[in-house]
Design a protein around this ligand. Structure first.
Ligand SMILES: [Zn+2]
Length: 96
């Protein structure tokens, strides 16, 4: 489940636990943002990615220009340490 919840969204069971994910995903949808916003250098890409574990995840795409992106392309997670306390998972295209 994402976002994390204390109970299953299907059956309301509280028998839930953390599970490691593969770090892989495919590009489900994206937009190119041109609006200036503090902390972001435009244009930048906001995306929804679909993981093989069945979770859709809203994230940023890095390591590629927007015109290189195609729906369904394979992605891998990268972790961006934006401060001492916060690490943001982002995704970049897998070569090949
Ligand atoms: Zn359930």
């Amino acid at each position: 489940m994402w976002p994390v919840r204390a109970r299953c969204v299907e059956c309301f069971s509280s028998d839930v636990e953390w599970e490691a994910a593969s770090g892989r995903a495919e590009l489900y949808s994206f937009v190119v943002v041109h609006q200036p916003y503090p902390g972001f250098e435009e244009p930048y890409v906001l995306a929804t990615v679909q993981t093989p574990e069945g979770v859709r995840f809203n994230t940023s795409i890095v390591g590629a220009d927007a015109d290189e992106l195609t729906i369904g392309m394979q992605l891998a997670v990268v972790f961006d340490p934006v401060s001492d306390d916060v690490v943001v998972p982002k995704f970049q295209p897998v070569p090949g």
